[in-house]
Structures are given as structure tokens and as C-alpha cells.
Design a protein around this ligand. Structure first.
Ligand code: A2P
Length: 271
């Protein structure tokens, strides 16, 4: 299943997983998750907003892999009223008894209002860990001040181009695991010449270089693909290492000016 890290609730999370944002419900999603589990992925990341939880659940059930060996994440859609009630609906769609991780998908309406419902979901045994997504460092700080249960994860778009170093540091300081979605920039970063040069020097693909960069930053990372060969390829990143020079060249691609709150200025797509 690859490398793991221990979350603040004591659970182990695989660092490398499959994200299913923009994967169509039905055969496309079921196949992608099935292929990923066959390959060895043990972290699957979905969301209420993706509308494919049913297919994720079907693929997990038919894999024959014991539920406790899979780390399953879904996300509360902030349009919903009560995060605990919505967690129950997600569980019904996923056909499972519990989530490993339940995230607030984005901080619509402010960073704190949904949190009591998230905590209630933990207390009701619906999820083992709770966390956040698309929160800036200051939103994380605001939430930490009022939370009984601290967020275990903050899932954000991270890549060498969206490094958000200050936010990564703020997460580390708060014992919050930073998790990278769209590590390939939804595919946009695969043609970058620096990435291509490092890929050819290491005899890997650009996707593998970008995923490996995130792992070496000790981020959890969830590349998305619906192609069998790419799902396999994206997992074959555990048997090589980027050297310091390559890491530095990738770090230099950062366009986020490295401050913790760059995110909150350039990524308010939900408001
Ligand atoms: P597809 O799903 O058709 O394979 P991100 O994880 O940053 O959101 O990037 C996902 C995008 O990158 C999707 O368009 C996906 O296409 C594509 N992609 C994922 N893995 C690879 C890969 N190994 N090589 C090329 N493109 C990839």
C-alpha cells in the first residue's frame, strides 16, 4: 500500500491514493477504483459533490479487500445543512459503516460553522477522523481556536507550481496533514519543460515526477485518472528518488509567492 503517516487521531493514512474528482458515476468510476485497488492503492478520495460515492462503494465491496484495509475519504458539501446528517447519507451511498476521513469540502460560509456537525459525526461513530479542504492558514487558525476535535487533514491543490510553502508549514505546525489534490495541475503541468527534463533524466514520466515531488515533501497525494495504465503508472513512484537538485528545480516552479495566505487570495472559487 506504500508509505503512510499517522494522523492526529492515531490512524495511519496511506500517503498515495486515488482521487475521483470529475470521474463519472457508473462504469467509469467503478473501473477506476477497481483498477486502483488491484494495483495496491489503499486510499480512495471521493466527495458528496462528485456524485460518484455509489460507484466507489460498489468497487470497494466487489474488490473483496477487507474494509479496514482501505482508507476511505468523502467530503461534506457545504450547501448541506448538517454535516452529521449528510455523513449518514454518504455512508448509505458508499455502502459502508464508517468513513476513515470526512472533510469540509471548502470553507463556504466561514471556516467554523460546519465543524460542530463534523465533530458530531465522529461522536456518532460515522467517521474516524475529520478535516478540512481548501482552507487557508488563517482559516485553519480560526477553526483551531473553537474546535474540540482538531482537524486531521487539510486537502489543498499542491504541486511545484502551487507549492504554498507557508500553508504546508502552517499545517505541519498545527499537526494537520497537508494532502495534495490535482498534483498534476489537472494535467496542465505535465508538459512543463523542467518537469520533462527531470522525467527524462530519471527515466520516469512527468506524472511520476510530480507525484514523487509531493511524496518527498511528506504530503499525502491523490492523483486522478480513469485510464488503467495511468492508474498503474501513478502508483509506480515508490522505487525511485528525486535528488536534491531535482527537488530544488521543481520547488523553483512555485507561483504562489510562498506565503500562507496566497491561497485565500487566489483560490476563492467557491464564493
Ligand atoms: P485521465 O483521467 O484521462 O487519465 P490531477 O490529478 O492533477 O487532477 O490530474 C488529472 C488529469 O491528468 C486528468 O486529466 C488525467 O487524465 C490526467 N492524468 C492522470 N495521470 C496521468 C498520467 N500518468 N499521464 C498523463 N496524464 C495523466
Amino acid at each position: 500500500a506504500g508509505p503512510t503517516r499517522t494522523l492526529s487521531n492515531g490512524a495511519e493514512i496511506p500517503l498515495l491514493g486515488l482521487g475521483v474528482w470529475q470521474v463519472r458515476d457508473g462504469r467509469e468510476c467503478e473501473q477506476a477504483v477497481t483498477w486502483a485497488l488491484e494495483k495496491g492503492y489503499r486510499l480512495i478520495d471521493t466527495a458528496q459533490a462528485y456524485r460518484n460515492e455509489t460507484s466507489v462503494g460498489r468497487a470497494i465491496a466487489s474488490s473483496g479487500i477487507p474494509r479496514e484495509e482501505i482508507f476511505l475519504t468523502t467530503k461534506f458539501y457545504p450547501g448541506g445543512k448538517d454535516a452529521r446528517v449528510e455523513a449518514e447519507k454518504s455512508l448509505a451511498r458508499l455502502g459502508t459503516e464508517y468513513l476513515d476521513l470526512y472533510l469540509i469540502h471548502w470553507p463556504q460560509g466561514g471556516p467554523t460553522w460546519a465543524w460542530p456537525g463534523m465533530e458530531a459525526a465522529v461522536e456518532a461513530g460515522l467517521t474516524k477522523a475529520i478535516g478540512i479542504s481548501n482552507f487557508s492558514a488563517s482559516e485553519l487558525q480560526e477553526l483551531s481556536k473553537v474546535s474540540q476535535i482538531q482537524p486531521a487533514v487539510n486537502q489543498i491543490q499542491f504541486s511545484p507550481f502551487e507549492y504554498r510553502r507557508g500553508l504546508v508549514d502552517a499545517c505541519e505546525d498545527a499537526n494537520v496533514l497537508a494532502q495534495a489534490y490535482s498534483p498534476l495541475g489537472t494535467g496542465r503541468h505535465l508538459g512543463d519543460p523542467v518537469v520533462a527534463r527531470i522525467a527524462s533524466a530519471t527515466d520516469r514520466t512527468p506524472a511520476q515526477v510530480l507525484i514523487r515531488w509531493a511524496l518527498q515533501k511528506r504530503l499525502s497525494v491523490i492523483p486522478k485518472s480513469t485510464h488503467h495504465d495511468r492508474i498503474d503508472q501513478n502508483f509506480d513512484v515508490l522505487d525511485f528518488e528525486l535528488d536534491d537538485e531535482s527537488m530544488a528545480a521543481l520547488d523553483a516552479l512555485d507561483t504562489t509567492n510562498q506565503t500562507a495566505d496566497a491561497l485565500s487570495r487566489n483560490q476563492k472559487w467557491w464564493s
